[in-house]
Structures are given as C-alpha cells and as structure tokens.
Design a protein around this ligand. Structure first.
Ligand code: NAI
Length: 249
C-alpha cells in the first residue's frame, strides 16, 4: 500500500464509530499521524493516546484537544469533520431544543473545529479540510427535517471557507454519502419487524443494488486529504451509487 499521507498530521472527528473510525484507520495505514476526536471512547483501546475525548459543540474541549496535537506535532495538515447524527422530524412537530441540537452538531460543530484548526493551517500555508455532508445536502426526504438544513449549510460552509482561504494554501471540500452500512444502520435494520425485508427495500433503492461501506467513504476522504487533490477546492463529491440522480423510485 502506498503511503499517500506520509508524515501528515490528521484530525478526524466522530472517530469512535462508522465512517470516522474507517477514515482514521485508512489514514493511519497511509502513513499519517492520526488523532481521533469523539465524545465517546476509542472502540479499540480505552487508553489510546491518539484518541481525544471532546465534544465538537463545545469550543473549550476542542481547544484543549487541538492544543494537545499542536504541542506534540506543531501542525495539523488535515481535518475531517465527520461527527454528526440524524435529527429527523415533521417540521411543525420539531422542538426548539431539537433544532438547536441538529444545527449545533451537524453544522456549527464543523465550524467550531475549523475555527480551532485554521490559524495553524494558515501559519503553515497549507491544509485540507474535508467535511462529511450527506445526500440530504442535495435532495430532500420528507419527514427528515431539519437534518437537510444543516447538511445544506455544511456544503455552504465548505464552499465559503474554501474560497476565503484558497490563496493561502487551504482547501476545503465535502463528501456527501448516501446510505452507508455503519453499526447504527445495522441496528436500525435489526429493530424493524422484518429486518431482512427492510434491508432489501433499502438495497433495491440503490442503482448498484448494494449499500455503501464506511471504507468507500474513507477512500474518498483519503483522496481529498492528499496532495493528489491539490487543485480540488470548495466542492462536494457525492458517494451514493448514483441514487440521487434518479427521478423516479
Ligand atoms: P456513527 O453514529 O457511526 O458515528 C458518528 C460518531 O460521531 C460517533 O462516534 C459519535 O460518538 C460521534 N459524535 C456524535 N456527536 C458528537 C459530538 N457532539 N462530539 C464529538 N463526537 C460526536 O455515524 P456515521 O454514519 O459514521 O456518520 C458519520 C457522518 O456521516 C455524520 O456526519 C453523518 O451525518 C454522515 N452521514 C452518514 C451516512 C450513513 O448512511 N451512515 C449517510 C450520510 C451522511
């Protein structure tokens, strides 16, 4: 395996599970010094020194985590803003607290992280930020409000920051996954009255007739984080097997 991130220092949020865990593993396999940041402990080792416990909605705990990495390595080359969660409701049934929870995690969390990391990236004149958005940032599924509001905003944050700092060596891009088979999706299938039927329905909706894997998203993040993508900035890559291009389902 070629070391496409050799010597780079990478910070991946939401690294305790799913897409974030797969991304942290793949980046490490490609030679990066990877720090995971999550509000939950590392799934592999409770005492993993490269797994920082912090909440992306809490600027103070982020500041401590970022200072620790900078103290150790003096730089952060790659930030993957992956921490996020579904908040789905019928719009008028949504409480203010759930609106706040959705936007503060899925949108403001990425800004909190970028704001903490950008000064050191600007100082070194280089850096790549990859935001994990969603197909919900492109298309609307009724009843999933306000998650798509946050994910559209995250794509807006990507474009906006990408333009603001392009001339100073920073690239900001996003990835929009469709359905990806992570443990919480497996748990959702298992909770259905007929788990296999639920899995079949979701699988059939996807043009390749299979569900995406966390590793497939991680490989796209690896490309965007690496110097191979050095002229790619302020854009979004959909990784949904083509489903969002279908007019009829
Ligand atoms: P997951 O639930 O497996 O992992 C999310 C991780 O984020 C967890 O480890 C969780 O502890 C962490 N996290 C949540 N809130 C946090 C906070 N406030 N501070 C720090 N860490 C926090 O979910 P998954 O599926 O891997 O999702 C990762 C990203 O991908 C999310 O942004 C999600 O919106 C996005 N996504 C996922 C899709 C899927 O089908 N799995 C599809 C489209 C987008």
């Amino acid at each position: 395996m070629s070391a496409r991130l050799l010597g780079k220092v990478a910070l991946v949020t939401g690294a305790a599970s799913g897409i974030g865990a797969a991304t942290a593993r793949l980046f490490a396999a490609h030679g990066a010094h990877v720090f995971g940041l999550d509000r939950n402990p590392s799934p592999e080792r409770a005492d993993n020194p490269a797994h920082l416990i912090a909440d992306v909605t809490d600027a103070e705990s982020i500041g401590v985590a970022v200072a620790r990495i900078l103290g150790q390595h003096g730089r952060i080359d790659v930030l993957v803003n992956n921490a996020g969660a579904d908040v789905f409701s019928e719009p008028l049934s949504l409480s203010d607290a759930d609106w706040e929870r959705c936007l503060s995690l899925n949108l403001k969390g990425a800004w909190n992280m970028a704001r903490a990391v950008l000064p050191s990236m600007l100082e070194q004149g280089a850096g790549s930020i990859v935001n994990i958005a969603s197909v919900h940032g492109h298309k609307i599924i009724p009843g999933a409000f306000p998650y798509p509001v946050a994910k559209h905003g995250l794509i807006g944050l990507t474009r906006s920051l990408g333009i603001e700092y392009a001339a100073r060596g920073i690239r900001v891009n996003s990835i929009s996954p469709g359905l990806i088979l992570v443990p919480r999706i497996e748990a959702w299938f298992a909770s259905q009255p007929d788990p296999e039927a639920a899995r079949r329905v979701q699988t059939e909706l996807l043009p390749p007739k299979r569900i995406g894997t966390p590793e497939e998203v991680a490989h796209t993040a690896l490309f965007l984080a690496s110097d191979e993508a050095r002229f790619i900035n302020a854009t979004d890559i959909l990784i949904d097997g083509g489903r969002s291009q279908l007019y009829h389902e």
